[in-house]
Design a protein. Structure first.
Length: 190
């Protein structure tokens, strides 16, 4: 249940990761905001807030690299609130950012992935064990311990290909590229 935000376009394409089926989403100066993921929505549900507050996995495929500090997938992830899977500065590394855990907020990959090819990104987080991990193409690219519960961003939408900033419904930082099979789980799978 998503809707386009921003002034650009999106199209479905047959360019998918190796072994993939179906279609990917090409985003051009636009993003997909997930309905009911903000407290500003009339039918808000806490699926992407309280339900994943203590453990989660964010996984997706992407072809292309966002602009400086821009996310592929986010639930805000700035000023001490939320999380985002993005690039570190201008790249060439992915970054798994979670705010308010007591650990390093911008955990950066050690694997270069800005080569114009498909890459699989997986971020896991578990506040009970304190472990947070970032995988790039099934390779553990960064790991950290000592993480506590993170600070929620309930007014901001879950966004694919951009970010919603406070006070909510303030979309920007759009990703130009392909994205495929975005999944969010309420457990740390790895």
């Amino acid at each position: 249940d998503g809707y386009a935000v921003g002034g650009g376009n999106y199209v479905f394409t047959n360019d998918v990761p190796p072994g993939g089926t179906g279609q990917s989403l090409f985003l051009y100066n636009t993003a997909i905001a997930i309905s009911n993921s903000s407290t500003l929505d009339a039918n808000y549900t806490n699926t992407f807030d309280d339900t994943i507050h203590s453990a989660m996995t964010v996984a997706f495929w992407a072809k292309g690299f966002p602009g400086i500090w821009n996310p592929w997938v986010s639930k805000y992830g700035e000023s001490g609130l939320g999380w985002q899977m993005r690039i570190y500065d201008a790249g060439p590394f992915a970054c798994w950012t979670i705010r308010g855990t007591g650990g390093i907020e911008d955990m950066t990959s050690s694997v270069v992935s800005n080569d114009g090819k498909w890459h699989c990104y997986v971020g896991t987080y578990n506040s009970q064990t304190g472990i947070r991990k970032l995988y790039v193409d099934d390779v553990l690219a960064a790991e950290e311990s000592g993480n506590g519960a993170y600070n929620l961003a309930p007014a901001e939408h879950l966004v694919i290909g951009g970010r919603d900033s406070p006070p909510g419904n303030s979309f920007g930082l759009y990703y130009l590229g392909l994205i495929y099979d975005v999944r969010i789980y309420n457990t740390a799978l790895y």
